[in-house]
Write a protein that binds this ligand. Sequence first.
Ligand SMILES: [Zn+2]
Length: 323
Amino acid sequence: MIPDRLPWHDRQWWRVERDIRAARVPHALLLRGAAGGGKALFAARLAAALLCRSDDPPCGECDSCRLCAAGSHPDRIAVAIAEDRREIVVDQVRDLIHTVGLTARFGGRKVVVVDPAEQMNRHAANTLLKTLEEPPGETVFLLVSSNPALLLATIRSRCRIIDFPAADPGIALAWLRGRVPDPAAALALAPGAPIRAVELSEGGLIEVRSGLERDLDALLSGGDPMAVAARWKELGRATVSLWLGDVLAARLRESVLGGADAGRQGAAPIRFSRLLPMLDRCLEVRGGVLARSNVNEQLALERLALGIASEGAACRSAGRSKA
Ligand SMILES: [Zn+2]
């Protein structure tokens, strides 16, 4: 499928459309902006438009558009991180340079999409430089990057840059309505990034996160830590530490913005000074996950639940002695 134009990309699309109509398309474009905003979809639509053979690109109906929609256009070349690698390597760039040197199968443009462009290693990026500056034939390079600071300056300087700022919240919410069950909750998890919001919603992570939020409130109001830990074991410590950390970080932000004793509706107020050690404990578990340390999963989660429960108990007794 050729992706639709996303409503928060109007300005960027209008600009490339004008260039296509005026036959003034630069040979290298860098699409940069935070992850989850839809840059890859924009690149896919732009690639189709550049290869489309009608006057109204992308028409969705010509041979070129059909092949693009099927992901099998011979003149559209995708460069990404191979499954068994962690970066884009020089052999991939050498293959690419060879391919763009051949005649286009449709006799028109070739479009190369490099995503994520910042994941080209230094050797790969340096090898691409000359071709990027003077691509053979009518090749157009679309470099997509969520982390453009990691790109070589020499790569950046050879591209026309299109910026993708965070999506306007009103536009994003309107677009999410009808696509996800709870647009506001999804967007709260991925501010400015509606595509990420859809992914999180589809992955069931919103339910996971709200479950962890309820667990936290249960622990803070004297609930049984062992019962919570048993539930957490089902989720696994990777999921728990990531999303509980997210919940705690959000509470920290609220407590900073709303004052030291800021409460939540229906939840016990927690002080900033108590939240920090809770987040600390959670990050410790997270660190273990990232370091792939071999610990007893259940024990780690029980310790985390007990630790949070004891901070909650201290918070409640401080509240009572104050009263
Ligand atoms: Zn077409």
